[in-house]
Design a protein around this ligand. Structure first.
Ligand SMILES: Cc1cc2nc3c(=O)[nH]c(=O)nc-3n(C[C@H](O)[C@H](O)[C@H](O)COP(=O)(O)OP(=O)(O)OC[C@H]3O[C@@H](n4cnc5c(N)ncnc54)[C@H](O)[C@@H]3O)c2cc1C
Length: 202
């Protein structure tokens, strides 16, 4: 049994980056009745991680955890993946868009979840960057409590948004952005809870 708010209004979201933050964001968006397109070029740093500090998980390879997360996303449906690097962003009327080598797509919202890699492609729409807070990171995007950037309808999460580089924290930041977008789309605070079965009363 679910305790969620009504899932009628919808929106399409382009997520740039299919690692810990971007995939978690997509999962929560799908559960809120929204659709997403994930652009990813397979450079997640989870490939180098063995997770001993993900609360409640036995030590697990980063890639195995990500495979399980992607399987959960596939079950909920509503998200597709394009294996390409996004090269620029653009604004078009009420929509926001991305370009890659073969694609030019628009959406209601964009979520940037590109990890520690170069964020220069965000400069085509003037996203505000700041010096990175942790080692190995090129730049951080300035965000508010919901992951909103200085450009309307464009959000960021995970390492690129300055969150500490641990899978559980980056996954949480992606989920948080999704809850913020869902709340905006639905016009009320989005609650995503599944209830445990009631104890047998007989
Ligand atoms: C050696 C090592 C060990 C680690 N050990 C641990 C650990 O023990 N515990 C722990 O919690 N964390 C660990 N981590 C960190 C953990 O992997 C990261 O915190 C987490 O993956 C960050 O999530 P993210 O979504 O921000 O970035 P990522 O998971 O790196 O995902 C970013 C994704 O964006 C994609 N991308 C980037 N730019 C573009 C673009 N322009 N277009 C399309 N796609 C793009 C990349 O291909 C990538 O798939 C470790 C990391 C390393 C390197």
């Amino acid at each position: 049994m679910s305790e969620t708010t009504e899932a009628t209004p919808t929106a399409h979201v382009i997520i740039i980056g299919g690692g810990a933050a971007g995939t978690s964001c997509a999962l929560f968006l799908s559960r809120a009745g929204m659709t997403s397109t994930i652009f990813d070029h397979d450079r997640t740093i989870l490939k180098r991680a063995e997770l001993h500090n993900f609360p409640g998980l036995v030590p697990t390879l980063g890639v195995d955890w990500l495979a399980q997360l992607r399987a959960s996303l596939a079950e909920v449906k509503g998200s597709t993946q394009i294996q390409e690097r996004v090269t620029s962003l653009f604004l078009e009327g009420d929509t926001v868009g991305v370009e890659s080598a073969t694609q030019r797509l628009t959406a209601d919202y964009i979520v940037i979840a590109t990890g520690q890699l170069n964020a220069d492609f965000t400069q085509t729409v003037g996203i505000e960057l700041t010096d990175p807070v942790q080692p190995f990171v090129t730049a951080n995007i300035v965000v508010d409590r919901w992951g909103a950037t200085n450009v309307d309808r464009i959000f960021a999460c995970g390492v690129v948004a300055g969150f500490p580089s641990q899978a559980v924290i980056c996954a949480g930041s992606g989920a948080n952005v999704a809850v913020g977008i869902a709340s905006r789309v639905h016009g009320q605070f989005w609650v995503d809870h599944d209830e445990a079965p009631k104890p047998d009363q007989t």
